[in-house]
Design a protein around this ligand. Structure first.
Ligand code: GPQ
Length: 833
């Protein structure tokens, strides 16, 4: 690396090389320097925002040093890299994470105190980087943390949205969306105005001949938009490895054409071009588990994929290796089907630009890509109209047709005379209008396809991708159960529990090897330990109670059982069943005599989550929760026995306060619909138990923690189809407790009954697709068991400790190691000092 600096200058560069600050004194000096110079403020008007800015800049400088070293060594040592392509990275805040990962949080705390600030007040100044919707985006963020912490050479590629997921306000019980302009001050990104890629859209394809007379396709005309790279350093925990997240931003490519317009006095149209180009990366689509087929979304996908591939190919070409070595140097993982066009784009680059034959190129492509599926819900499976692709990406559509042709020929050989098979698996759906099935394209263009929990991976192989298992054999399909990073979701979110665990498990090793948690199990019988454990849970509940008081003005009793369901609002996740259950509890309490009531266990039912702006039913659910809350919370008969809370604007930084504060959390999707879930893991890791269905990763959590330490209920996924069929074609009887809930809603107890008519009708009249009625009785019964178990606090705390001790499997480190071994074939590359 040093050899890249010419001999005469090398000594000077080495002499003046930047040294990272050390110790509290060094940190304070850097903070003051940034306040006085970078921020041009005096110490007399340094408010918390400025202190946050200066602290971040001090840590950023530190990260850059490690980041440069990491990137130089990765380039020099020329190892295989992983590229994680994701339209969403739900990163949350960076400062706290950076301080913990470089091991200097205590130093910063002392330094800030010396300068007159409390570290908590500084950390909370930061806007969340909320470039994602929910689990899929957060998974990508946990993966980046693990990749860096495990020293894998890896890059993330995404879009730099100007607006992340909207901020949610609740006004009169309804969700209102407010734009999230998060970039007013973002010290964590580095604009690389020198790293740009021109991206082409529209235009035409011409056949012509190359110098050797070979026919080639030339895609020209149309419009060009420029992609500009913004880099975000991703520090690993307790390692110098600092990987890169590259986010692309769109702008008009200021070619001659624009200048001409400008000079001709056509100023307005030149500005309009500018704005149209910038629109591409302007806003994150706010849908979770739903695809709506908008042209701008397709433009986002191609823009991001084409820029990323250009970058990846450019980097590969610097090594001067043969093309056949590409898959030995490059592994690209597709986070759902959103980046599937990358398969087509790489094939296009190899055949149209680099002049490889089809077969040689296709072997490279398929050995490079892996595809992760995150849902079986039909409404979430991406399909693009052929006409849209024809217009926007004419050359890509031709290549897709060719991929499909060769694929179907292969299928025909294996299944002669099975025309129905060809129709079923064709990448081109022969519908009106014709559609491209992106999941099928992703399967055909990848060497491995994985689901995200065992049940989900089984389901994709036996239902939506069954034919592909018959065609390719079972080895192409695999499972990698999701995980979460214990750094953010235990150490950062729950510092006291983390410290207690460290004191029992021989230090912080559990943060890099989570299976060390198993050492906790020997302390389950230790009374003092249980007491300390319970005190920490109580303190975390107090912290959440304070948040509830300050944001909603409602007082909740931290000694009550905290029952939490926070996640995107979706019918399949069944927040409606939860609120129906709360109403049932309310009615039961109302019927009791005051003496009887005194014997009941107080409960706080806490909800949180965003509804997609266009998802009307989800918005009805939010409205019902809030309406029930305003009745129950003001009912003098009930007092502390039941409170219903809807937390506004659930996001990553709020999850860090919420997850440590649950006694029980709800993961109650209709069996077979939740691919994995990841908050289930976060809640158990923080010493809360779960009430859940046999769905997603709940099943593996049960296997690990033991059936006695989880509350499972409800129908199994193998029975869902028959139950649905019975609703439509047989007689559908509604559970009597649920019926009483509906009657209460219809009486107007929670406001105009008409407002909630659709929620009731979905169960009573419209087939109850999500099986709320079928599962309601066992749901209520299981909640009764939860109450009963909670009364015996000694046993409850023992269950919680046992569960945490057995959660080692659910680290995203384990998950990333599985991807590295079974899909990417990459090795860690620790940075040398
Ligand atoms: N997931 Cl398809 C999302 O968050 N958004 C999506 O659009 C799709 C999936 C989730 C899925 O619902 C969860 O069960 C998973 O745990 C999560 O992806 C990560 O795999």
């Amino acid at each position: 690396i040093k050899a890249s600096i010419p001999e005469p200058q090398r000594a000077a560069w080495e002499k003046y090389a930047v040294k990272s600050f050390e110790g509290q004194e060094g940190f304070e000096r850097e903070v003051v320097r940034h306040v006085e110079t970078t921020l041009a403020r005096s110490l007399f008007n340094c408010d918390e925002k400025a202190a946050y800015a200066a602290t971040s800049l001090a840590f950023r400088d530190r990260l850059i040093t490690d980041w440069n070293k990491t990137q130089q060594q990765h380039t020099y040592r020329d190892a295989k890299r992983v590229y994680y392509l994701s339209l969403e990275f739900l990163m949350g805040r960076a400062l706290d994470n950076a301080m913990l990962n470089v091991g200097l949080k205590d130093t910063a705390k002392a330094g800030l105190a010396d300068l007159g600030f409390r570290i908590e007040d500084i950390i909370t100044q930061e806007n969340d980087a909320a470039l994602g919707n929910g689990g899929l985006g957060r998974l990508a963020a946990c993966f980046l943390d693990s990749l860096a912490s495990l020293d894998y050479p890896a890059w993330g590629y995404g879009l730099r949205y100007r607006y992340g997921i909207f901020k949610q306000e609740i006004i009169d019980g309804y969700q209102v969306e407010v734009p999230d302009y998060w970039l007013d001050f973002n010290p964590w990104e580095f604009p690389r105005h020198d790293v740009t890629v021109d991206i082409q859209f529209y235009g035409n394809v011409q056949k012509s001949a190359d110098a050797n007379g070979k026919t080639i396709s030339v895609w020209d005309g149309g419009e060009v938009v420029q992609a500009v790279a913004y880099d975000v350093p991703i520090p690993g925990y307790a390692t110098p490895t600092t990987n890169n997240l590259r986010l692309w931003s769109s702008k008009a490519s200021g070619g001659e054409f624009d200048f001409q317009k400008f000079n001709n006095g056509d100023y307005e149209s030149s500005v309009a071009d500018q704005q149209r180009a910038e629109t591409i990366s302007a806003v994150l689509y706010p849908n979770d588990n739903l695809e709506r087929g908008k042209e701008l979304r397709l433009k986002q996908q191609y823009f991001w994929v084409a820029a990323s591939l250009y970058d990846i190919v450019r980097r590969f070409k610097k090594s001067k290796r043969a093309w056949s070595e590409f898959p030995e140097q490059v592994a690209i993982q597709l986070n759902d089907t959103h980046p599937t066009l990358a398969i087509v784009e790489l094939q296009r680059i190899l055949i149209d630009v680099e002049g490889l034959d089809w077969d040689q190129a296709w072997a490279i492509v398929t050995n490079t890509f892996g595809y992760t599926n995150h849902t079986v819900l039909p409404e979430a499976l991406e399909k693009w109209p052929v006409s849209l692709l024809q217009n926007l990406l004419p050359r890509h559509l031709q290549i897709i047709f060719d991929i499909n042709l060769f694929f179907l020929q292969q299928v025909e050989k294996k299944f002669p005379d099975d025309r129905d098979m060809l129709r079923r698996v064709s990448i081109v759906e022969e519908s009106q209008p014709k559609m491209i099935r992106m999941a099928y394209l992703a399967i055909v263009g990848s060497h491995k396809v994985n689901g995200v929990a065992e049940l989900h991976s089984d389901l994709i192989q036996t239902t939506i991708f069954k034919d592909f298992v018959a065609i390719y054999g079972p080895d192409k399909f695999t499972n990698v159960t999701n995980g979460v990073t214990p750094r953010r979701w235990l150490h950062q979110a729950n510092p006291r529990l983390s410290e207690l665990i460290a004191s029992k498990c021989g230090g912080n090793e559990f943060l890099t090897d989570l299976t060390n948690l198993s050492k906790l199990e020997q302390f389950v019988g230790d009374k003092d330990f249980r007491k300390e454990w319970a005190e920490i849970k109580y303190a975390n509940k107090v912290r959440l109670a304070k948040h509830i008081k300050s944001t909603l003005g409602v007082t909740v009793n931290p000694a009550a059982l905290f029952d939490i369901q926070v996640k995107r609002i979706h019918e399949y996740k069944r927040q409606q069943m939860n609120i129906f259950g709360v109403i049932h509890r309310y009615l039961t309490l109302k019927k009791m005599s005051p003496e009887e009531r005194k014997k009941q266990l107080p409960r706080v039912s806490i909800f949180g989550g965003k509804a997609a702006p266009g998802y009307w039913m989800a918005k009805q659910i939010i409205h019902l929760i809030n309406s029930v809350g305003s009745v129950v919370n003001n009912d003098a008969d009930i007092g502390d026995l039941l409170k219903v809370i809807f937390l506004e604007d659930y996001n990553v930084s709020k999850a860090e306060i919420i997850c440590p504060a649950s006694d029980i959390s709800e993961h109650i999707s209709t069996a077979g619909t939740e691919a994995s879930g990841t908050s289930n893991m976060k809640f158990v890791l923080n010493g809360g138990l779960i009430i859940g269905t046999c769905d997603g990763a709940n099943i593996e959590i049960t296997r690990e923690v033991g059936e006695n330490n989880i509350f499972l209920f409800g129908n199994l996924s193998e029975d869902v189809e028959d139950l649905r069929h019975a609703h439509t074609y047989g007689s559908h009887t509604i559970d009597s407790d649920l019926d009483a809930v509906f009657k209460e809603i219809e009486k107007g107890t929670f406001g105009t009954p008409h407002d909630f008519g659709a929620l009731v009708a979905a169960v009573r009249q419209h087939g109850d697709y999500y099986l709320v009625s079928d599962d309601f009785h066992s749901y209520i019964e299981t909640h009764r068991l939860v109450d009963e178990a909670y009364r015996n606090q000694d046993e409850w705390v023992s269950k919680c400790i046992t569960a945490v001790a057995r959660m080692g499997f659910f680290s995203s480190d384990r998950c990333i190691n599985e991807y590295a071994e079974s899909i990417w074939n990459v090795e860690p590359l620790p940075i040398k000092e």
